[in-house]
Design a protein around this ligand. Structure first.
Ligand SMILES: *[C@@H]1O[C@H](CO)[C@@H](O)[C@H](O)[C@H]1NC(C)=O
Length: 340
């Protein structure tokens, strides 16, 4: 993508996000405090996302007292996006996937909904740094108290990807602790690309391994590679298969359909780790022309090989189950052309 395009998309996204955020803010959203003191950790202590214990982030050490929490188990730390709240479908889907398919995993939500609201540019995007800094301070204590950093996986969606980035960076620079794996699910575009102009985006140096799933690149999602391994299902852009062609209302469910594919794909991979084989390629076009797409194949999502590096491509179904298995590497196969 040429840089002119990036700047253009940046400006468009800026305008759209501002108009939308400011027009839906009054009335619809509950009052939010916007204070770091009102960030919570939600620990899921049962078999579904309905069973949880909320504790203030500043008292993170209380996690160790919660029945069911086992510091020796792997921990997934999920960070939601702009104007999202804990009851959000994205969170339910991700959390239930882990609780049902990966018992023995500590599943924790970073609930920063009190700071993820209002004007995208002037409030929520800027807050990502404050939230990341506060989260890192507490994670540092948790690790010092026995939480295993080696089994700690941070997953962020959209704006939450950049909270994850700031968290990991702060842990590294201030506390000398490096997160093993950070997954960014369609990291938010506006205010974070180009890097450093307004905010700094999540990047490959934030953790030992950073995997990224792009599903609305250049729209709500990052327009460029941003991790150690970047996955571009169906080319990585809107409109993803199965999403509506006409969805003019910004931030409506239809309009977010492609952006939301990122967590839908990841959640499916938690249940079915081999659902999404992906092939290394320089572009979607080259992937489609590749006669040997299985060469260098890795899985997208849950079971991603941490030695993966560069860009990977695949195709998916238009509805759940999205994963096509190995068929996803052959976009031009007969079964596909028959479907059309
Ligand atoms: C940072 O951590 C590494 C490995 O845990 C250790 O070898 C190194 O001495 C630490 N550096 C500082 C400045 O504490």
């Amino acid at each position: 993508m040429c840089s002119k395009n990036i700047v253009y998309l940046f400006l468009i996204s800026f305008c759209v996000s501002e108009i939308v955020a400011d027009s839906i803010a009054p009335g619809i959203l509950p009052d939010r405090t916007n204070r770091v003191e009102d960030i919570y950790l939600r620990y899921y202590n049962g078999q579904t996302a309905e069973d949880y214990v909320d504790i203030p982030l500043s008292q993170a050490n209380k996690l160790f007292e919660i029945k069911g929490f086992d510091q020796n188990n792997p921990t997934v730390f999920y960070i939601h996006g702009f104007i999202e709240v804990a009851q959000q479908e994205s969170i339910q889907v991700m959390v239930n996937a882990y609780l049902e398919a990966r018992p023995g995993t500590n599943v924790i939500l970073l609930d920063w909904s009190n700071m993820a609201h209002g004007s995208y540019f002037f409030n929520a995007a800027r807050n990502t740094k404050k939230v990341g800094t506060a989260a890192a301070e507490q994670l540092n204590k948790l690790v010092d108290s026995g939480l295993l950093l080696d089994k700690f996986h941070v997953i962020g969606h959209s704006l939450g990807s950049h909270v994850a980035g700031y968290t990991a960076r702060e842990l590294k620079t201030k506390y000398n602790k490096t997160i093993k794996r950070l997954t960014a699910l369609d990291p938010a575009f506006p205010a974070f690309y180009p890097d450093g102009v307004v905010m700094e985006h999540v990047n490959a140096k934030d953790a030992d391994f950073v995997d990224v799933i792009h599903t609305d690149a250049g729209g709500y999602g990052a327009p460029v590679r941003t991790g150690t391994a970047d996955f571009w299902p169906n080319g990585g852009k809107s409109i993803q298969p199965g999403c509506p062609r006409f969805a003019p209302i910004p931030l409506s469910d239809d309009n977010l359909c492609s952006h939301w594919r990122s967590w839908r794909f990841f959640a499916e991979s938690v249940r079915n780790p081999e659902a999404f084989p992906a092939s290394p390629a320089e572009s979607y076009h080259k992937f489609r022309e590749n006669p040997n797409p299985e060469e260098g194949m890795v899985y997208m999502g849950y079971s991603c090989d941490n030695k993966a590096e560069g860009s990977y491509y695949l195709t998916t179904n238009s509805q759940t189950p999205f994963g096509k298995g190995m068929d996803g590497l052959y976009p031009k196969s007969k079964s596909n052309s028959i479907k059309k």
